[in-house]
Design a protein. Structure first.
Length: 256
């Protein structure tokens, strides 16, 4: 029996091939039969008054479209994506955020962490820039997503998926909540829609076209994944005292 394949980060192709990302978003808007996860996250942040949110890996700012002005700050490693995003936004790395500790009441990493070889580094940076009690939201597909088209999709295990999310979040955050879905949430009415769906999911265009030509349409696609929320633990009196002592030792003796 061959050994299991090691998880591999999904390459970021947003500058080289931005149309693949835009195709994926267009398919969701046209053929999705449920509310987009960005809207769900925005409602939660507004209900708890946890804005502005730092949207890490923001793309072209989908989350911002569900929030009022002043409630969103975007960060992405792709200048091409940020060119289509609203302000304020900044080019940056999810594993080295250009913000001080405790800068935000909330952070979002929606369909982002599987781009990182070590997602724990991205979660660590999000934890650093959150204030105590701040909320993090992450979203990812299941490793069993889109079973109707599985033979045509990339076979690589992801470094982050819906199955891994609870444990990885629980390593740093408290009060982990996971909202999963497993239902026919995309209805593809034509072979062109099947092709575009597969391209948006990372299939080679020629392979996607071959699959579309033999697809039985209309095709219902079972979507499996999760959005998860968790909180940065609040400082207790004891932990605040210990943190203060550690900071004092790090700073060294006072100047004469």
């Amino acid at each position: 029996m061959p050994p299991p394949r090691r998880p591999k980060a999904v390459p970021c192709d947003y500058d080289r091939d931005p149309e693949r990302f835009r195709t994926a978003r267009a398919v969701q808007r046209r053929h999705g039969v449920a509310r987009d996860v960005h809207e769900r996250v925005a409602r939660r942040l507004l209900a708890e008054r946890l804005t502005p949110v730092l949207d890490i890996g923001c793309g072209e700012g989908e989350l911002a479209g569900h929030l009022p002005d002043g409630a969103w700050v975007g960060l992405d490693s792709s200048p091409t994506m940020l060119a289509g995003a609203p302000p304020p936004n900044v080019v940056g790395d999810a594993t080295a955020l250009p913000f001080p500790d405790g800068s935000f009441d909330s952070a979002a990493l929606l369909y982002v962490l599987y781009h990182l070889p070590d997602p724990a580094l991205g979660l660590g940076e999000a934890h650093r820039v959150l204030r105590p009690g701040g909320l993090i939201a992450v979203a990812a597909p299941s490793r069993h997503d889109s079973p109707e088209l599985a033979q045509w999709l990339p076979k690589r295990p992801l470094t982050f998926d819906a199955e891994l999310a609870p444990a990885l979040l629980g390593e740093r955050f408290a009060d982990v909540e996971v909202d999963r879905w497993d239902a026919p949430l995309v209805e593809l009415p034509s072979r062109r829609a099947v092709r575009d769906y597969l391209i948006g999911k990372g299939s080679d265009p020629a392979r996607a076209q071959a699959a579309a030509e033999i697809a039985d349409v209309p095709l219902s696609v079972t979507k499996r994944g999760a959005v998860a929320f968790a909180r940065k633990r609040r400082l207790t009196a004891g932990s605040a005292t210990r943190a203060g002592r550690a900071a004092s030792r790090a700073a060294g003796p006072p100047a004469a």
